[in-house]
Design a protein around this ligand. Structure first.
Ligand SMILES: [Zn+2]
Length: 178
């Protein structure tokens, strides 16, 4: 799934944990992709058929989620912040599990199309190199335009939840000035 779809979950989670800045919630939803970019540069993963076990393997995704949860609990001094941030990190894996494998190698930015519906190998490892790979392949059964509409729809829903939260908070601040 793309960054727009992932971050909608972070927008929707803001009312659950008002203490944590929105930017941190959004970063949490992108963490596995940020790690993938970092590990790619460092030559730790990427390339070859191993997939992305260190950033996107199920096992390591659980580890990153737990680490993020512990860190957020420490910084914001509430278990709620930790639980929400940890779940946001893990939401990335769940959404990627639904959408992968993505026929991105055939994607054209000019025509906004990819070639879908062909058999593609699953690319999300459960553990490390050589372990089974999974993925429901939603984005391999719809067009790039449909996937984009889906992500914009998710973003609109998440944005609506966030906007309603901000509106309510402003209204409360106006009726009870500090
Ligand atoms: Zn990802």
């Amino acid at each position: 799934m793309g960054p727009i779809g992932h971050c909608s979950v972070g927008l929707a989670a803001k009312p659950l944990t008002p203490k944590v800045p929105l930017g941190v919630l959004l970063l949490a939803t992108w963490l596995l992709d940020i790690l993938a970019i970092g590990f790619g540069f460092a030559g730790i993963e990427g390339g070859g058929s191993a997939g992305l076990p260190w950033s996107h393997g199920l096992f390591m995704s659980v580890i990153w989620s737990v680490l993020a949860a512990l860190l957020a609990t420490r910084i914001y001094r509430t278990h709620r912040a930790g639980v929400v941030v940890g779940l946001l990190v893990f939401s990335h894996w769940v959404l990627d599990f639904v959408s992968h494998p993505i026929p991105f190698s055939s994607f054209s930015w000019r025509s906004w199309q990819w070639s879908y519906g062909h058999p593609l190998p699953s690319d999300l490892p459960l553990f490390f190199r050589g372990s089974p790979k999974v993925g429901l392949g939603l984005y391999n059964s719809i067009s790039a335009v449909e996937a984009t509409v889906l992500e914009i729809g998710m973003f609109t829903l998440g944005g609506a939840v966030y906007a309603a939260y901000v509106f309510k908070k402003r209204k409360a601040a106006r009726s009870h000035p500090a």
